[in-house]
Design a protein around this ligand. Structure first.
Ligand code: NAD
Ligand code: G6P
Ligand code: MN
Length: 441
């Protein structure tokens, strides 16, 4: 097996140390020659980079390691770029959540007006990284999970149609781990699923074991009572706000008891409930800044001060394993079945060819081969058509610098009650994003 060279973009991310640790622990199935971290902000890259250096020296000194803010150094001679950037950092996530809430609308990282605002910031950031990669390592693959993945995927489909980028999300993987827990199975990998939708907007239609036994009835019985609220080991999803999300899946499920829903649908189907249960002065961004962000940076500084990472550990969880699965599938042609965000092209028969959808794919060294999911019902089709139009309008607004199209996108979001509310939110978001968005007219 050829040893792989990796650059992690968003090297100062809260997820980076967990991924580095996970990579070092998976050398048997995914051997690595080199890991480089790249961030455009030295003050974030420095502590995470220095801590990862100590960690890797102790875990696996054979892996060549460096961290940098220089794109040429970072992107030269690599096989993969794993990208998880957050343009505007948590400070801007806080704005994305609080501005809509001020107008009585869902304030969320990737859904509704907040997700649209984040999309307008992410598009140029992700394109920049993709271009660095194509310049310095033209054969490399970019495995992107920078959010909002749906909008980013549509933007790269439109603007870099021939590039080797694959967009992926960890939410279905986290939910499938809960399925395995509910069923008393050792791993999500014991399950074979059929699923269709958009990113953060989809449904499972079939869950079986490897022998083909139908496991849906047992899952449905559980979800009808408790949603996805099963005792979880996943550190991220232990937070009370995530637990509330998992419980709410019960009500989302009730709308179509034939399928099992993605948790994110709650923001579109129960927006009034979400707003009523949000604190406009303390949102998820505040929670994450006070916990994950603080903890990861404190632990990094502690490791640097002590000069050792022995006795400490960074959380990795579902988020890290799937990205290694994906890299393995491409590097070693494993043909693993994975849910990815890909151009529809008939995978969902009665849905637009040019929509970016989330469906199971077989992944090998040529990239993903989507599986056909057949015809979808009117309820899901209606919801998805509205949402995909929002995502397409955002990308068109970005490309054309169009205020009109961004207003249309906000208005069309199922989370927003009217064009006037959409406009009021848009105008506040424009003000908050002056530093990041293209000029709109
Ligand atoms: P974070 O703010 O801790 O880290 C993001 C890093 O990206 C920061 O260090 C920042 O300086 C850097 N960055 C921003 N713009 C950049 C650019 N243009 N070039 C290089 N680096 C840049 O954020 P986080 O909470 O660790 O999340 C990182 C990303 O991963 C977010 O987009 C988040 O939404 C995403 N994420 C996605 C999934 C998924 O399912 N797809 C799951 C978890 C997290
Ligand atoms: C899930 C989603 C990601 C999202 C994350 C937010 O993992 O799939 O796309 O970024 O949740 O989690 P947080 O803990 O930052 O609110
Ligand atoms: Mn996601």
């Amino acid at each position: 097996m050829k040893k792989q060279r990796i650059v992690i973009a968003g090297g100062g991310s809260t997820y980076t140390p967990g991924i580095v640790a996970m990579l070092a622990d998976n050398m048997e199935r995914f051997p690595i020659a080199e890991i480089k971290l790249y961030d455009d902000l030295a003050e974030r890259q420095e502590p995470i980079g220095a801590a990862c250096e100590i960690l890797l020296r102790e875990k696996n000194p054979d892996i060549q390691f460096s961290y940098t803010t220089d794109p040429e150094e970072a992107f030269t001679n690599v096989d993969f770029c794993m990208a998880h950037i957050r343009v505007g950092l948590y400070a801007m996530r806080e704005q994305d959540e609080k501005i809509p809430l001020k107008h009585g609308v869902v304030g969320q990282e990737t859904c509704g007006p907040g997700g649209i605002a984040y999309g307008m910031r992410s598009i140029p950031g992700v394109l920049e990284i993709l271009d660095y990669l194509e310049t310095y390592s033209p054969d490399a693959w970019m495995l992107n999970y920078s959010n909002p993945a749906a909008i980013v995927a549509e933007a790269t489909r439109r603007l870099r149609p021939d590039s080797k980028i694959i967009n992926i999300c960890d939410m279905p993987i986290a939910i499938e781990s809960i399925f395995a827990d509910i069923l008393g199975l050792p791993s999500r990998k014991d399950l074979v699923v059929r699923y269709y939708g958009l990113n953060h907007f989809g449904w499972w239609t079939s869950v079986t074991d490897q022998a083909g036994n139908n496991l849906m009835p047992r899952l449905q019985e559980f979800v009808a009572k408790d949603g996805y609220a099963f005792e979880t080991e996943d550190f991220q999803h232990k937070h009370p706000s995530w637990q509330a999300t998992f419980k709410k899946a019960k009500d989302v499920y009730a709308l179509d008891p034939k399928t099992l829903p993605n948790t994110y649908l709650k923001y579109y189907l129960y927006p009034d409930y979400e707003v009523a249960h949000s604190n406009p002065n303390f949102t998820r961004a505040n929670e994450v800044m006070a916990t994950r962000e603080k903890d990861v940076f404190n632990l990094s500084r502690e490791i640097i001060a002590k000069g050792t990472a022995v006795g400490t550990s960074f959380h990795a969880g579902a988020h890290a394993t799937f990205i290694i699965d994906l890299a393995c599938a491409i590097a070693f042609n494993t043909k693993e079945r994975m849910l990815l965000i890909v151009p529809n092209n008939g995978a969902i028969e009665n849905f637009g060819k040019d929509a970016m959808v989330e469906v199971p794919c077989l992944v090998g060294n040529q990239g993903p081969e989507p599986l056909t999911m057949g015809t979808i019902p009117t309820f899901q089709k209606g919801l998805m058509e509205q949402q995909v139009a929002v995502e397409k309008l955002v990308v068109e607004a970005y490309i054309e610098g169009s205020y009109q199209k961004l207003w249309q996108a906000m208005t069309l979001s199922k989370t927003v009650p009217s064009a006037s509310v959409a406009q009021a939110i848009l105008d506040d978001l424009i003000e908050a994003n002056r530093e990041f968005w293209p000029e709109l007219s």
